[in-house]
Design a protein around this ligand. Sequence first.
Ligand code: SF4
Length: 347
Amino acid sequence: WKQAAGEVVFSHFTKEEDRDVLPSPLIADLPEKPVEIPAFSKLRDVIFASRKTETLQDRVAPAVREKQVRGGTRVLSDQAACPFRAFARHRLHAEELEEPAEGLDASKRDKLVHLLMQNVWDELKDSTALQGDLSPAIERAAAAAVKEMAVEGRFAELERKRLARLGHEWFEKVEKARPPFSVVSTEEKRPIVFSGVTFDARIDRMDRLESGGHAILDYKTGGGNLTAKRWQGERPDEPQLPLYAVSAKEEITAVVFAKFRPGDMRFVGLSRDDKALPKVPKAKEGWQPLLADWKKEAERLGQSFAGGEARVDPKKDLITCRYCGLETLCRVYEKINVLAEEEIEEW
Ligand code: SF4
C-alpha cells in the first residue's frame, strides 16, 4: 500500500470513547503530520445556493369523486386529527411500514377481544342468560377467537387463558351489574353517509335497553385517558361513536366506550338519562342538543374530506403526530419546532 502511489495518506482514529487508541503496527513507522484539506463546498450548500424557489400554497386536493370511500370512520377521525393525514392515508393510500412485533401486537390483541365478545353474545343474546354459569360460554368463545386469529401452539393456550380471564372479569364486574338489555348486533357493518360520501362503518355492538332506546358500545383495550371529552367540540379526538349515533336508524340513548382493561373494567360515556347504564351520566347539555352538535361536526368533517381539504394541521401539534407515521411525507418537522417534542405530555 505504501508504494501504491506517489503520495499515500493513512489515517487512524485516536480515541474510542475514553480510551486512547494507537495506530495499527502496519503504519506505526510513518511520520504523523497534519494533512492539508482544502475547503470544499458542501454539496448541500451548492444545491441550496443555486435554488430558484417559489412558494405555493397546496392545501386543497381535487374534490373526492368516488361516492364510496374505503377506510370506514377512520377517514373522518383522521380528517379531524389532521386533514393531510386523511388525504395521505385514504386517497394516496400512504401508510407507514409495519414493524414486526414479537407475539401479538396491540391491534391483534384488540381484535381477539372483539371476537371474544362477539362469540359470547352470539350465544347468550340477552341479559337473562347472565344468571346462569357463564364459564362454558366464555371458554368456548375464547377458544374460537384464538382459532379464528390463527394463533397456534403454546402461545394459543396462553392467549386463550388470558382472554377467558378478561371475559370473566368483564361479565362479572360490568355486564351483570346492568339493568336488563338485549344485544341487537355485534360487529355489524353498515354504511354511513356524510356530505354525499358513503363510509363503511362497523359498530362493535348495539344493545336494546330496558330504560328505552339503544346503546352503542365501542370496546377499548388500549392505553390513554378514556373520557367522553374525546367526542366533544370541533375536530373531536374520537368521532366514531358520535358518527354512528347520528346516522343510526334506531333511537340511540347512550354512547359508551367499553373500557376493557384488567382491574379497571367499566363503561365510560354519556346517555340520555342516567338509568341506561351504571355510572354513565346523562349529557349535561341535554341529549338532543348533543346529537345535533355531533351531526353538525360530522357533516363538517365529511364536507372537508370530500372537498379535498388536505392541509398539514395536526390538531394538537406533535402530540397528534406522535403515532401517525407519515411525518416523512408531510414534513411536519419543517413546520413545527422539533424541540417542542420534548415538551409533549402524556394524554
Ligand atoms: S405526522 Fe402529523 S402533520 Fe404529518 S400527517 Fe401525521 S398528523 Fe399530520
